[in-house]
Design a binder for this molecule. Sequence first.
Ligand SMILES: O=P(O)(O)OC[C@@H](O)[C@@H](O)c1c[nH]c2ccccc12
Length: 254
Amino acid sequence: MPIDFLKKPGVVAYLTAGDPDLATTRDIALAAIDAGADVIELGVPFSDPLADGPVIQRASERAVARGTRLSDVLGLAKELRAARPECGIVLFSYLNPVVKMGMRSFCAAAKAAGADGVLLTDMIVEEAGEYLAEMSTNGLAPVFLAAPTSPDARLKAIGEASKGFVYAISRVGITGTQDKVASDAPELVARLRKYTELPIAVGFGISNAAHVKAVGEFADAAIIGSALVALIEKTGPADAAKAVGEFIRGLREG
Ligand SMILES: O=P(O)(O)OC[C@@H](O)[C@@H](O)c1c[nH]c2ccccc12
């Protein structure tokens, strides 16, 4: 896949891999893509999550309890790539499981799985030397998180190191649904635009068509996580793929 895999305006769907089980995550991801999600952010479940609200924490706990490993998530990415050659796939993980596998092995495996990009939540751009080198060797896009509290020098470094798109965190805090798109988000996106021409995707607290529309006024894509994960939790394995497909179609229409 080319590195510019995020078309504008885009919808990015975050899923915790292995919740409720890997086969169901695959079906949900396929339904999300077919309903118009441009990129799947495929989350590696981790026992000690950072910045995750209760919904994603619970999903991670369930997936970890089922024994979902980084290697399983790579296998799932490979299946998705084979089934949907055109979709964007970003592997989402904490640093810990990746360091355990080894940065070099992980980046090579991500490439072999057909991923387009990688997002490591706790990888800071200042310490990303080896990561960026391995990502570049494998033609993968590193996606970094920018926050409203990031100073301009940091936004510049993030803009320069990122490929594919930049992830603008709409507010300080944890993942999870909110009534409104955070008021900090447009300013952060405007500040980022000074440093990058990449598409900018906004995440944290986006959960309905009105939010997606509001984000579309100032950014290039909306990232939806907790709303999907909560829907999967509520619906149960048998109907989750259908429910997620309908939900994303509704967002797209908005
Ligand atoms: O759940 P929300 O509020 O829709 O936010 C997206 C988010 O879930 C996803 O991108 C994500 C899941 N875990 C994270 C940890 C840090 C940053 C981002 C994330």
